[in-house]
Design a protein around this ligand. Structure first.
Ligand code: TUI
Length: 310
């Protein structure tokens, strides 16, 4: 099995999460330049926005990068074509199955890495030709599945023979080692990158991550098709009330992406959706992206040697 740094041509076996409204060329180029795989997060944007970010990215880094396509977006089909035209080499996908695009991407020699929340979907993606899968536990921020990283990563690792990239709940060396111990060959990080100098979110959002405690996140819409983990605030409580009252799902999805923008751009910590994972409680300071990647990987093998089970 190819290792992740060979597959991605990166220094470190780490992918940045495709965070909607957040993963711009500014953040992604910082991650790529620091030795990880930076991703432009298409989120709910159209193909023109994503194309512009790809072109900015090409100016900001000569290192490998990719695009994350959020499959619930109505713009996903056009973005899926555009990434081929732009010569993007790596695509990750979230919030759905990329099955209908797979043959075309593979025909263009792209590396395709779907994010999956279950063993069944991971197996389906392997059958369709995925190069690796990001296995994301319910600890993660944003739109999530039901199963924890601890339980999901080893089950997927046993079920497929493509590399598994662990995600959800990783923010330090212990998390990296845990993911690898469970069978992952790489990791994806999101929440810990929110608290970086290069992350283009409002300072209030970064400071809220730094202040977050272990129990501060909550899942809105567990009973809908789009459960989303956010930090608890007025907005989250209102959303949960609305789902109880049986509001239309589409209206609720619009509300989440719209309110994510309020948090990201306006720094509105009461009416905005502050998407973040459960590991926010471990994030204690705003660092550079380079320092985050160093803190995850420098001397990680020496750290591993100190582990003693019995
Ligand atoms: O996609 C994510 N995280 C996201 S997307 C997002 S934008 C958004 N906002 C509000 C509502 C919906 C989306 C914010 N955070 N992570 C990857 C991920 N993919 N998590 C779960 C899944 C997933 C779920 C179901 C992947 C495939 C899937 O398949 C269902 C099917 O079609 O078989």
């Amino acid at each position: 099995m190819k290792n992740i740094t060979e597959l991605l041509k990166t220094k470190y076996p780490v992918i940045q999460g495709g965070m909607a409204n957040i993963a711009t060329a500014q953040l992604a180029s910082a991650v790529s330049n620091a030795g990880g795989l930076g991703l432009i997060g298409a989120g709910g944007y159209d193909e023109n926005w994503v194309r512009d970010e790809i072109r900015k990215m090409k100016k900001l880094t000569d290192k490998p990068f990719g695009v994350n396509i959020m499959l619930m977006s109505p713009h996903a089909p056009k973005i899926a074509q555009m990434v081929i035209e732009e010569g993007v080499k790596v695509v990750t996908t979230g919030a759905g199955s990329p099955g209908i695009y797979m043959d075309q991407w593979k025909a263009n020699d792209m590396v395709v890495i779907p994010v999956v929340p279950s063993v069944a979907l991971a197996k389906r993606m392997q059958r369709m030709g995925a190069d690796a899968v990001v296995v994301e536990g319910t600890e993660a921020g944003g739109h999530i599945g039901e199963i924890t990283s601890m339980a999901l990563i080893p089950q997927v690792a046993d079920a497929v023979n493509i590399p598994v990239i662990g995600a959800g709940g990783i923010a330090d060396k212990r998390g990296v080692l845990a993911a690898f111990a469970l069978g992952a060959k790489g990791i994806q990080i999101g929440t810990v990158l929110l608290a970086t100098k290069e992350c283009p979110i409002h300072l209030n959002y970064k400071e809220r991550i730094v202040r977050a405690k272990d129990i501060d996140s909550i899942v809105t819409g567990r009973n809908t098709k789009a459960p989303v983990r956010v930090l608890k605030n007025q907005m989250a409580v209102k959303y949960i009330e609305m789902t109880k009252q049986g509001y239309d799902l589409l209206a609720l999805e619009k509300l989440t992406l719209g309110s994510l923008r309020k948090a990201v751009f306006d720094g509105d910590m009461e009416n905005g959706s502050i998407m973040a994972g459960q590991i926010a409680g471990l994030v204690k300071e705003i660092k550079t992206v380079k320092d985050v990647l160093s803190s995850l990987f420098d001397d990680v093998n020496a750290y591993k040697e100190q582990l003693e089970v019995m």
